[in-house]
Design a protein. Structure first.
Length: 299
């Protein structure tokens, strides 16, 4: 009986896989950036498969070693055979580190676009390496550098201490003044839960904050898009009882919130297709509506 059930289940799964069409990314519906990356990866892999004989791709990678503090940073070139390499930039970095240069240093963990560890600048755009497809055009190199305007610890690893301190400062946890009615959990309606969509998905990769000119020039004063996106997530949560206090804390020093100039680099670069600029604007509106008219007009 059990063997028959397993056999039938296997046949069903096999049937589904054989019916699946190549390039079908329906599972990524509603995630345009992820869908675009998947489609680009599929095209790159198809191109690689068709030209499997000689596909050597040059990667120019930023190098700097704190053990040699007087040496200037430089770009080091590596040749990677794409015919036996995975489709993403992180796959190329893994291959280089494993087969060519074990001293190459970078962060990585999940390789699924969840942890945000492998954030870096690839060909001029901030993104996470595990979601960035390798450009199959071998006539030009792929340039990889650390996240911009950050202190470099070594190679592609930057110091995120200030970034995490700013995240901590917005108190990213549920704060309530009374226990739940049933003594077990704080409940939300589906509509209240839906307000958090586009906010809670942030993976704290720092791609948005390090692409923001306002954050480049004022990292000690301006909290940056990532921290403010999370701040708005808690301001919007129907279960939280400290909305007024949270807004007050963000605006005691106006530079923490109002340094944002809605440049929208943060939205353009987010690998999770989120919109920090919109969240910041909505939080500004929420704050201004709660203020006396005279004070709001003076801002």
């Amino acid at each position: 009986m059990s063997k028959s059930w397993i056999r039938n289940g296997y046949a069903k799964v096999a049937g589904m896989l054989t019916r699946a069409k190549p390039g079908n990314h329906d599972l990524l519906k509603g995630h345009p950036a992820a869908k675009a990356h998947a489609e680009e990866a599929s095209k790159s892999q198809d191109h690689i498969t068709k030209h499997v004989k000689a596909l050597k791709k040059e990667f120019q990678i930023y190098r700097w070693n704190p053990d040699n503090p007087h040496s200037k940073p430089y770009l080091q070139s590596y040749e990677v055979d794409l015919s036996n390499c995975g489709p993403m930039v992180l796959d190329a970095l893994q291959k280089i580190k494993a087969e060519e240069d074990s001293s190459l240093t970078y962060r990585r963990s999940c390789r699924e676009g969840i942890c945000g560890s492998c954030a870096m600048n690839i060909d001029g755009s901030n993104t996470v390496a595990c979601l960035k497809p390798i450009d199959a055009d071998t006539s030009k190199p792929t340039t990889i550098t650390p996240l911009p305007h950050m202190f470099v610890i070594k190679d592609l690893v930057v110091d995120l201490t200030n970034f995490y301190q700013q995240y901590k400062s917005i108190e990213p946890w549920l704060k309530t003044k009374k226990p739940p009615k049933d003594g077990k959990e704080y409940r939300q309606s589906p509509a209240e839960r839906k307000r958090l969509d586009g906010l809670y998905e942030c993976i704290l990769c720092a791609c948005c904050s390090t692409s923001c000119p306002s954050y480049w020039w004022n990292p000690e004063e301006f909290l940056g898009p990532a921290a403010l996106l999370h701040a708005y997530r808690w301001v919007s949560d129907s279960r939280d009882d400290f909305t007024v206090e949270r807004l007050q804390a963000l605006t005691d020093d106006e530079k923490r919130l109002y340094r944002c100039r809605t440049i929208k680099n943060c939205t353009a670069t987010c690998p999770k297709s989120l919109n920090p600029a919109s969240a910041i604007n909505r939080m500004k509106n929420k704050h201004l509506v709660s203020m006396p008219v005279e004070k709001a007009e003076s801002m």
